[in-house]
Design a protein around this ligand. Structure first.
Ligand code: SF4
Ligand code: SF4
Length: 249
């Protein structure tokens, strides 16, 4: 039995690969992140992995965070519900080398906390022993904290329409949120699987005082962009709409 309903090479003229796909490219977002250097960086990324809906990959020494989640605008028949207003990154994505039949092989890929811990042990200098060898001290049994319900990652400050359009794209793959905090620091907040409510509560308790603005939906971040940025230059596809709209009206 063939692995794919239609082979890329057998696509008929005028047909599109997307017609035979379950919209694999609309089920996650990814962004470049700081490469971990110290043990604390690895510990942090290890903790991120415990929330269960992310992975990390490394390509050409650049680290990326992947957050899994179906786009809220994906329709049951695997179409885009906001086709004419979809984020730029969606509008410029093509089927060339896309996820349809692409057995992607990254330079490095981490999907469990154990994997990143093992990697950290392999690349970092050995941990220093806490006590000189031979001396033993009674210690209380280790208390394992409950798994986190969210994590927060500092991201680049958005400055233009493309940046905000990307943030809007992240937000379509909820549950995620964005916070603008003291010092004009922006953060992406990703909630753990099935823990959105608890995660939002925990985030508020732990960060509330420092948060200047908080965004939970793509519309909210888009409205904010409209409020603070100069008017957006029409995109090429909007120009196209301008030509079409009078005809449609
Ligand atoms: S671009 Fe590729 S992965 Fe995305 S819907 Fe089309 S065929 Fe599927
Ligand atoms: S907005 Fe983008 S990710 Fe969402 S359904 Fe449309 S094309 Fe897919």
């Amino acid at each position: 039995m063939p692995k794919f309903p239609v082979l890329r090479s057998e696509l008929k003229d005028g047909d599109c690969l997307c017609n035979h796909c379950t919209a694999l490219c609309c089920r996650y977002f990814s962004l470049p992140i700081k490469a971990p250097k110290k043990r604390e960086d690895y510990d942090l990324y290890r903790e991120f992995l415990t929330i269960g809906r992310i992975s990390f990959f490394v390509e050409d020494d650049v680290w990326y965070l992947v957050v899994y989640g179906d786009c809220q605008y994906l329709t049951p028949d695997y179409r885009c519900g906001i086709y004419f207003e979809r984020p730029l990154i969606c509008g410029t994505y093509t089927t060339d080398g896309c996820e349809y039949d692409n057995d992607v092989c990254f330079d490095k890929f981490f999907e469990t906390p154990e994997q990143i811990s093992e990697y950290a042990e392999a690349v970092l200098p050995p941990k220093k022993p806490l006590l000189p060898l031979g001396r033993k001290k009674k210690t209380a049994p280790e208390v394992v904290p409950p798994p986190p319900t969210y994590f927060k990652l500092r991201i680049e400050t958005p400055t233009n329409w493309d940046d905000y359009d990307n943030l809007r794209w992240y937000m379509t793959h909820g549950p995620v949120a964005l916070s603008l905090e003291k010092g004009n620091h922006w953060h992406l907040i990703v909630f753990a699987d099935g823990q959105e409510r608890a995660g939002r509560r925990a985030f508020e308790l732990e960060n509330g005082a420092g948060v200047k603005r908080y965004f939970e939906t793509p519309d909210q971040i888009w409205e904010y962009a409209h409020a603070i940025l100069p008017p957006r230059e029409p995109l090429e596809r909007d120009q196209h709409l301008k030509v079409l709209l009078p005809v449609l009206n």
